[in-house]
Design a protein around this ligand. Structure first.
Ligand SMILES: Cc1cc2nc3c(=O)[nH]c(=O)nc-3n(C[C@H](O)[C@H](O)[C@H](O)COP(=O)(O)O)c2cc1C
Length: 386
């Protein structure tokens, strides 16, 4: 932990603000205890083990529930290496962990869920929200939202086959005129699901528009298992606000945790009535280094810059000359070259040498430097081997 940003506070023993314990409560997903009702949302291409551990570190171990990227049941059961890698985790730091799987075939789902249970993960989650055509065409992801009978059979068979809790993550419906989250949630609960996560958008919305938390609230009122709401929570105050104003038992945070991996610690501060911790530029640099080192342990060197891309892009959003840093770093041919630009940027930020740094960074940018990192689709479905 030598390089970890020290974000601990001396005032650890402050009483929580009045009333907060009425809506911020520990919960259980089946027998699995979740101490804090705030989960890191599953994000394909992002929430790999290194990212999950990075968020845990930045947030001082306060993430209530961690979820993997979605993993293809085809890939898992056919022993695809990429799929197996997606299931890898650190059983001490990443706990409780939910492994999310996607697909449509019942027997294969059952087999994949057994593999998840055997891996030592605490929960297996069925993805019913991925909007990517490649996934939907094969009956998985959001397609399950409009195949409610099949969804119920899938959940029932899976829940009957494993001893760990089975949960589902749904969207509000397929399209604006077929909103059916309440019905799907009730069916999933009856089939044995122990938690329902609801992303308040339809499949047709993909990631556009605003998440509708009235749907989250309606689902939470309709079932007795815990419901986690997902969509557009960007700060500690918003996370608490969603719990205060809806019946949701928990909140999932996705994109905001890429921009701000400290967010769960900040929520914890707010719950305890402390000033929300601030993040200095040096904390960001140290966390990027930590993330890089973790990636180096798990993927081949040539794949490291690709994994750094998302985190760098989001963590430097809003920085003066952040666009130039991202452009320059993305053109680097190796991790070390990429990090050279990152380190020198942060050093210039501290010494006031940004002007010179920018000049240096712009040199040669008009040429055709290697642009090794492609823009990927938000669902990462393109590299789901299936
Ligand atoms: C890059 C990216 C990848 C995602 N991958 C998944 C996934 O694998 N499984 C899933 O259930 N949801 C996935 N989602 C949806 C998120 O879990 C979450 O529901 C959504 O982004 C809304 O929450 P947010 O506004 O906090 O990001 C993904 C979202 C993003 C942005």
């Amino acid at each position: 932990m030598a390089n970890a940003p020290d974000l601990t506070h001396a005032e650890d023993t402050e009483p929580p603000p009045p009333g907060v314990q009425d809506y911020v409560r520990p919960l259980h997903i089946g027998p699995v205890a979740v101490a804090r009702p705030f989960a890191l949302a599953p994000m394909s291409g992002v929430t790999d083990s290194a990212f999950r551990r990075t968020v845990q570190r930045a947030s001082g171990g306060t993430v209530g529930l961690l979820v993997t990227e979605f993993i293809s049941i085809e890939g898992l059961t056919r022993k695809n290496l990429k799929s197996a890698m997606r299931m890898a985790f650190d059983p001490v730091i990443e706990r409780p962990l939910s492994v999310q799987i996607f697909g449509a075939e019942i027997d294969r789902m059952v087999e994949a869920a057994r593999m998840v249970a055997d891996s030592g993960a605490q929960i297996v989650d069925i993805n019913c929200g991925c909007p990517a055509p490649k996934v939907v065409r094969r009956g998985g992801g959001a397609e399950l939202l409009r195949q409610s009978d099949h969804l119920a059979r899938l959940v029932e068979a899976t829940a009957g086959a494993v001893s760990i809790p089975v949960t589902v993550k749904i969207r509000s419906g397929w399209s604006a005129d077929t909103i059916n989250a309440v019905d799907n949630a009730r069916r999933c609960e009856a089939a044995g699901a122990k938690m329902i996560a609801v992303h308040g958008r339809t499949r047709m919305q993909m990631y556009t528009g605003d998440a509708d938390w009235t749907i989250v609230d309606a689902v939470a009122r309709a079932v007795s298992v815990p419901v986690f709401g997902s969509g557009d929570v960007a700060s500690a105050a918003e996370a608490l606000g969603r719990l205060r104003t809806t019946q949701a038992a928990g909140v999932m945070i996705g994109r905001a945790a890429i921009m701000n991996p400290w967010i769960f610690g900040q929520i914890d501060d707010a719950v305890r009535g402390l000033a929300v911790r601030e993040v200095a530029p040096d904390d960001r640099l140290q966390l990027l280094r930590y993330f890089r080192d973790l990636q180096r342990e798990r993927v081949p060197e040539h794949a490291v810059p690709g994994r750094l891309k998302q985190l760098l892009a989001r963590m430097t959003k809003g920085f003066a000359h952040g666009t130039l840093l991202r452009e320059r770093a993305m053109r680097a041919a190796t991790t070390d070259e990429m990090f050279g630009w990152i380190e020198s940027f942060f050093a210039a930020l501290q010494t006031g040498g940004l002007h010179q740094w920018c000049e240096r960074a712009r040199e040669g940018m008009s040429g055709h430097g290697p642009r090794m990192i492609s823009a990927s689709d938000p669902d990462g479905a393109e590299d789901q081997a299936g």
